[in-house]
Design a protein around this ligand. Structure first.
Ligand code: 5GP
Ligand code: MN
Length: 337
């Protein structure tokens, strides 16, 4: 993978460009993709954004979101667009498997593939150009750097600013995680100059759910959370019946994994959701528990040090047993948390 600045000469003339992100995009995946989309369009390129799957309703206000293609429901059109691409940007993921059913097509494309991402252990051999930096707060921040380095700062507008703000705000836990450097605040100060109302973005992302979601959270915290004080860990395992009973949809479980971390002494939280196609794990930690290594070693996943995800095809009950066994083994080999 060559340095991303070596790509800049290719962007001097209009190109057919596709931007994609990880499946079930979160605000950083969607915000960085749409921020880049608006920028590249202003530079005169023909740009399309394709999401590997559908996305949560709370992302639908994001400027440009209405133009995003859904690979799962618009498969043949997406394949046609992908086949015409000259440059393919991959944002907020670093392994093709994170694009789900797009993977088999993506890996055979002969166009230029570009990575912009902040997760651990990138698959650098599959990208032609890129930047991978685990110290970065968010992919949105990296897209901002990309725009500035590409001498495009004068093209930043309100649409770009809102998308990048949503991404960085979300991935930094509203600017509380240690990844929130001085440069993040300086960037946000610059973006604020474009006149968007940040309070409205917080409301759109966090205070925009249906009553059923809050009742669902109450239910799972009361009945599905187990606190393992001896391991400073809490686990929430949600069976399919709960998902159906409370009419839970894509995005409704976003942030749920963080709740147990508010318990004094709890350093690691795990959330297991029984999805149609798989059992999906989310892991979060406060300090010295390496979620990325844990997810990679035991649950076919990965991510960041303090936030990672994984999956399994086994049942919820089997997963809980495997988790406890894995935790015990992992902690006995790691520094104590
Ligand atoms: P979440 O728990 O919100 O799904 O994911 C937490 C973080 O880990 C996100 O940054 C996400 O991109 C990453 N992540 C989630 N699932 C996986 C996975 O299966 N593989 C890898 N490599 N990263 C994941
Ligand atoms: Mn991210």
């Amino acid at each position: 993978m060559k340095e991303i600045k070596e790509l800049f000469p290719f962007l001097a003339v209009p190109k057919k460009i596709v931007v994609t992100m990880h499946q079930k995009p979160d605000p950083d995946a969607m915000g960085s993709a749409l921020g880049l989309y608006h920028y590249l369009k202003l530079k005169g390129h023909d740009v399309k954004v394709i999401s590997p799957t559908n996305w949560a309703d709370f992302l639908k206000w994001m400027p440009g979101c209405e133009t995003v293609f859904d690979f799962e429901s618009q498969r043949s059109m997406c394949i046609e667009i992908m086949n015409q691409a000259e440059i393919f940007f991959c944002l907020d993921f670093n392994h093709f498997s994170r694009t789900r059913f797009m993977e088999s097509i993506l890996k055979d494309l002969s166009c230029i593939k570009v990575l912009i991402d902040h997760h651990r252990e990138p698959q650098t051999e599959v990208f032609d150009y890129g930047v991978s930096d685990i110290a970065k707060s968010s992919t949105a921040e990296m897209v901002y750097d990309f725009i500035v380095d590409n001498e495009g700062k004068s093209l930043i507008n309100k649409d770009i600013a809102e998308n990048l703000y949503a991404g960085v705000m979300s991935d930094t836990g509203s600017f509380r995680f240690s990844s929130t450097t001085a440069s993040v605040h300086l960037m946000v100060a610059e973006l604020k100059g474009f006149g968007f109302e940040h309070a409205k973005i917080h409301t759109a992302l966090f205070d925009n759910f249906m009553e059923n979601r809050l009742r669902f959270i109450g239910h799972v915290l009361s009945h599905r959370m187990e606190v393992l004080y001896e391991y400073n860990t809490a686990i929430i395992a949600i069976p399919k019946a709960d998902i159906l009973k409370y009419h839970i949809r894509t995005g409704d479980t976003e942030g749920l994994v963080n709740y147990p971390l508010s318990i004094k002494g709890i350093e690691m939280a795990a959330l297991l959701i029984d999805r149609d196609e798989e059992r999906k794990w989310s892991f979060r930690s406060k300090e010295t528990f390496d979620c990325n290594s844990f997810a990679r070693k035991y649950f076919q996943g990965g991510g960041h040090y303090n936030a990672a995800g994984g999956r399994s095809s086994d049942s919820v009950e089997e997963n809980v047993i495997q988790f406890k066994k894995a935790l015990k083994e992992f902690l006995s080999k790691q520094q104590p948390i």
